[in-house]
Design a protein around this ligand. Structure first.
Ligand SMILES: C[S@@+](CC[C@H](N)C(=O)[O-])C[C@H]1O[C@@H](n2cnc3c(N)ncnc32)[C@H](O)[C@@H]1O
Length: 277
């Protein structure tokens, strides 16, 4: 059983390296998520696991601890509204500029992409949008998908999903159009969608200005895990990264009004999104 002192040791270690803020009611969560790793590593206590990780110069054990603690829950077209807003409002605004020769492409960043359902849902929405618009091509949208976890990035890049994942949020029409299967058990996303997304490892605690200006940022279902200070810090850095009047999407249960004054809240149909001021 994990002691409160051990919990505090590991809690501070996790917050320092990935920003995830664990309150005292998460003692049981840390214990259950780290027990297998502790045993696998031949450690008898959580303190031993912590020390082993601190002394591991490769940081491989630290990455495993972070992976065990993070929640990778995701599904296709999650919350629906962001994809409706892209389709009804933002793609029109941004592609009009492409057609007018005022810009070369649209850049969207998914900053906590998990196993790829979110960036691929954006890619499918764009493919659908451009179908009947001469002059627009898939290459006009560049999607950067990043995450702290190498495992989810590997799976996202593979683009292979089982029936359970496929049953969560994906319409039959999209499944038939954008996926292939040989056994009706594992489905592979088509190359036309896959090549619109590049996956890269990125910890939001680190400087991300090198990824360059973005038109839209998806920062969904991740801020909830961070402290108030870290939320503010990330939102400020995203505001700097966005093009003037660029857009930000959050998860359905997340709001930023109390953390930052840099964005204006907008509404379309039942969905909310934010524009940098
Ligand atoms: C709950 S998933 C959200 C996935 C997707 N955005 C969605 O809304 O469906 C949260 C993701 O954030 C990633 N994550 C946690 N801490 C992170 C950090 N410091 N930097 C980058 N990604 C992080 C996790 O690995 C996980 O895949």
């Amino acid at each position: 059983m994990i002691s409160l002192d051990e919990f505090h040791l590991i809690r501070d270690y996790i917050e320092k390296h990935c920003g995830i803020h664990l309150t005292d009611d998460k003692v049981y969560l840390v214990e259950t998520r780290l027990t297998t790793l502790m045993i696998e590593q031949g450690c008898k206590t959580f303190t031993e696991l912590y020390r082993k990780s601190v002394n591991d110069k490769s940081n491989a054990l630290r990455d495993k601890i972070i992976e065990a603690i993070t929640t990778n829950e995701t599904f296709w077209f999650r919350d629906l509204h962001p994809f409706g807003i892209l389709n009804d409002v933002l793609f029109k605004e941004l592609t009009d500029k492409i057609l007018a020769g005022e810009r070369a492409k649209i850049r969207i960043w998914c900053c906590a992409c998990s196993t790829g359902q979110e960036p691929y849902s954006i890619a499918m929405t764009f493919q659908d949008y451009i179908r009947h618009i001469p002059g627009l091509r898939p290459e006009h949208l560049e999607i950067l998908a990043t995450d702290i976890s190498s495992t989810v990035l590997f799976l996202g890049k593979l683009g292979r999903y089982d029936n359970l994942s496929m049953s969560r949020g994906l319409s039959e029409d999209y499944r038939n159009r954008y996926f292939e299967t040989s056994d009706n058990k594992i489905w592979t996303i088509s190359n036309e969608i896959k090549k619109m997304v590049s996956f890269k490892k990125l910890n939001l605690q680190e400087n991300f200005s090198h990824i360059g200006k973005q038109d839209v940022v998806f920062c969904r279902n991740i801020l909830i895990y961070f402290s108030m200070n870290f939320k503010q810090n990330i939102l400020q850095r995203i505001a700097t990264l966005l093009q003037p009047n660029g857009y930000l999407f959050l998860g359905a249960s997340e709001s930023i009004i109390m953390y930052t004054k840099e964005y204006e809240m907008l509404r379309h149909a039942m969905g909310l999104y934010y524009q940098v001021k």
